[in-house]
Write a protein that binds this ligand. Structure first.
Ligand SMILES: NC(=O)c1ccc[n+]([C@@H]2O[C@H](COP(=O)([O-])OP(=O)(O)OC[C@H]3O[C@@H](n4cnc5c(N)ncnc54)[C@H](O)[C@@H]3O)[C@@H](O)[C@H]2O)c1
Length: 258
């Protein structure tokens, strides 16, 4: 029986145990996809997968060998990979960040999840999508991926990495029928904000928080659509809006990705 836009599709959602990823996983399942919930949080991830008739896999997105295993297992057990929401992310414990106080370990940790995790994910799912002659990838960046964040500069840098990667990969993946886009949410009511001081800072600015579902809507539309190499902000009261980047002075405009 047909239920939605993703009937028969197989999706991997990283960070699918909580927040934005759990919302996307639920919506994808409602619209017909089999969802592989991939996360380091085993108990909550197992519960989300059970609720939606999906599969939970333990995956540290910063571990390339684990990625290879998860993609191979998904191909074996579910026939392939069609969709990926590369969404797992963390915030630093400190806030606001004092740049000279940031330890090597914390710097590497946030890069390992927010930046490496997206690269390793793309590198692992692209061959599986090529084997299916198409696919769709959406990565979760942040408004901090398109603008400065003086209180959280390394988080912002990791999210700019995602934007640069997505904008650059549109054309090479287009020839294989694979789209790649990113969402840049404003503040969303998830446990991520409970890392030191973030929720208080947002509340002090009087900014209303969005729900994970607000972001999931945008993710599903991008996974279902034909656009590629696009960056969408998602803000409270405005919904998803495509970003237009200014040209570089003295540089001819790049041809569109598709
Ligand atoms: N909440 C916000 O205000 C907000 C705003 C903009 C962007 N984002 C981004 O949205 C994404 C999802 O965050 P969220 O707000 O839903 O937070 P969340 O904390 O609810 O969910 C993040 C999930 O990622 C998982 N995770 C952490 N490290 C992992 C790893 N190494 N491997 C696999 N999974 C891992 C966590 O276990 C958790 O389930 C993140 O990339 C975050 O940076 C969040």
């Amino acid at each position: 029986m047909s239920t939605g836009r993703f009937d028969g599709k197989v999706a991997i959602v990283t960070g699918g145990s909580s927040g934005i990823g759990a919302a996307t996983a639920r919506r994808l399942a409602t619209e017909g996809a089999h969802v592989v919930v991939a996360d380091v949080a085993d108990d909550t991830g197992t519960a989300v997968a059970a609720e939606i008739g999906g599969t939970f896999v333990h995956l540290d997105v910063g571990d390339p060998e684990a990625w290879a295993r998860v993609v191979a297992d998904t191909q074996r057990d579910h026939g392939g990979v069609d969709l990926a929401h590369l969404n797992a992310g963390i915030a630093l414990r400190a806030y606001p960040v004092v740049i000279e106080d940031l330890s090597d370990a914390d710097y590497r940790r946030i890069n390992g999840v927010n930046a490496d995790g997206v690269f390793f994910g793309i590198r692992a799912v692209v061959p599986a999508m090529k084997a299916r002659r198409g696919g769709a990838i959406v990565a979760t960046s942040s408004l901090a991926g398109v603008g400065p964040h003086p209180d959280d500069p390394i988080y912002a840098a990791t999210k700019h990495f995602v934007v640069g990667l997505v904008r650059s990969l549109g054309r090479p993946l287009h020839d294989h029928g694979i789209t790649i886009n990113a969402v840049c949410p404003g503040a969303v009511d998830t446990p991520l904000l409970d890392a030191t001081g973030r929720r208080d800072a947002i509340e002090a600015r009087g900014r209303p928080l969005m729900a994970g579902d607000d972001i999931a809507d945008a993710v599903l539309d991008l996974l279902a659509g034909k656009e590629t190499a696009q960056i969408y902000s998602v803000m409270q009261g405005r919904g998803a809006e495509r970003w237009e980047f200014a040209g570089i002075p003295g540089m001819p405009a790049m041809p569109p990705a598709s």
